[in-house]
Design a protein around this ligand. Structure first.
Ligand SMILES: Cc1cc2nc3c(=O)[nH]c(=O)nc-3n(C[C@H](O)[C@H](O)[C@H](O)COP(=O)(O)O)c2cc1C
Length: 432
């Protein structure tokens, strides 16, 4: 039955590491070809190896696979699964494309630490390949798949792609205001260990394929920075609203972006309105150095945001030289302790003395204190002994890119409840 609908799944090893541009070119070509032939599926590239799911009429698949297998860009092309299927799992993708890291792949159920142990997609056994396929088909990482919908298949080809389901439509990179943007966001939970719930999420800028913030920021030059900063805030709100992120959203002011009370606030208000995002859920994080650059200007800006119901946090507190002096002039809603003070604190007397003083000042001034960059149990235990209850860091959760499942508190195994409280309700750095 040459026209039976089938899928063919294979893995391979890239002959040499492919650059981002080469991958983009390959993806563009593959999409065009497949859309014209009624082929759908997904292509994954991780650590120098490929995993591809091809769906379509069996005869077309067979011809295409012969062509792909002969492509000099990869080797050890291994057919893992080929079987007929009742319907397409990727009907809305001419060829969804994703690039992931080993640790991200290992988060998929059934993978164990297969990839972190140095195995590649090219060594994937059939059982794990099915798990990977299921994870992508069901929705995991789906929003990271970039691609376009297939063209209607030629009438002669059986099993034309199903009409694109609206709820599964790939998200065009835009901010909801019709403006295209070339970045997205990862979200890192901030937890309240006493209430055992997620207190907030910090939005961290990333490229559309998860590239680090530094790479994204480097693409935007200095004169453009204030506009980029405003666009970042709008996009963070857009993505948070789209994925239904619960609770408070912490958004950073970009380093060196001149904090413009009008441009920044207006764009934030417009984005919040557009996405029906309550202003009380927004916290703007600015660093100590941003605040002291021009304290009077900074205070006016904060007043304008406060007037709208948006709160302010001082980020990386303790990293600069102003420290507690700043708090005598200006009291933010939240202070985030710099991770350099946190690192190895359990065995560092001077850091302990400084941190103890900051914790006490925050309690006295009614400022919520978040200890960030917590990576070890010792660091956590030391601050917990001081009565701190709000924590952020790899010990709890890494930043999660759009498409990851909701954060689950490790001990309880429960999804965090919807957060509607203001931080004052949780007591911040107050003693437990
Ligand atoms: C990992 C990998 C996956 C590919 N997947 C497809 C595919 O799904 N469809 C396709 O037409 N070409 C795919 N290609 C490219 C083909 O090998 C070949 O270069 C291309 O089909 C030639 O297209 P043309 O005949 O239009 O020039 C892939 C190549 C690689 C290295």
């Amino acid at each position: 039955m040459p026209n039976t609908l089938a899928h063919l799944i294979y893995s391979s090893a890239a002959t040499r590491p492919l650059s981002r541009q080469e991958l983009q070119d390959l993806h563009a070509k593959v999409e065009r070809n497949n859309a014209a032939r009624g082929i759908t599926g997904m292509l994954l590239y991780a650590n120098g190896s490929f995993f591809q799911v091809l769906e379509g009429p069996e005869a077309t698949l067979e011809q295409l696979f012969a062509k792909i297998a002969a492509d000099p860009r990869h080797q050890r092309v291994t057919r893992i699964i080929q079987e007929s299927i009742p319907q397409r799992a990727f009907a809305d993708w001419a060829m969804g494309f994703s690039q992931l890291e080993a640790f991200e792949l290992d988060q998929i159920e059934g993978m164990g630490d297969f990839f972190s142990q140095g195995h590649t997609l090219a060594q994937l056994p059939a059982g794990r390949a099915r798990k990977l396929l299921e994870a992508f088909a069901k929705g995991r990482w789906r929003s990271q798949l970039q691609g376009m919908p297939p063209q209607p298949a030629p009438a002669s080809s059986l099993a034309a792609p199903a009409p694109r389901a609206l709820d599964k439509a790939p998200q065009a990179p835009g901010n909801g205001a019709g403006e295209a943007v070339d970045f997205s966001f990862a979200f890192q939970p901030i937890v309240d260990v006493l209430a055992r719930r997620v207190y907030a999420h910090e939005a961290l800028v990333r490229g559309l394929h998860g590239e680090p913030a530094s790479e994204v920021i480097a693409r935007h030059s200095a004169p453009d920075l204030a506009a980029f900063d405003a666009a970042c805030r709008a996009q963070a709100i857009a993505v948070a609203a789209r994925i239904g992120l619960p609770g408070t959203l912490n958004i950073n002011i970009l380093p060196n972006a001149v904090l413009d009370p009008v441009v920044g606030l207006d764009s934030t208000l417009a984005a919040a309105r557009r996405h029906a995002f309550a202003l009380e859920r927004i916290v703007i994080e600015a660093t100590e150095s941003e605040a002291i650059r021009d304290l009077a200007h900074f205070r006016r800006t904060v007043d304008a945001y406060h007037g709208a119901g948006i709160r302010f946090a001082i980020d990386d507190f303790g990293a600069g030289y102003s420290g507690l002096n700043l708090l005598s002039e200006f009291q933010p809603d939240i202070v985030k302790l710099d991770m350099l003070l946190v690192r190895g604190i359990a065995a560092h007397g001077p850091r302990q003395a400084i941190a103890r003083a900051i914790v006490q000042v925050c309690v006295d001034l009614g400022i919520d204190l978040i200890v960030e960059g917590v990576e070890t149990l010792d660091e956590y235990a030391w601050f917990r002994d001081q009565g701190v209850r709000l924590f952020q860091g790899y010990l709890f959760a890494r930043p999660m890119f759009e498409g990851a499942p909701p954060f689950v508190l490790p001990e309880h195994g429960q999804a965090p409840p919807e957060q509607t409280h203001r931080p004052a309700d949780t007591g911040g750095a107050s003693a437990a």
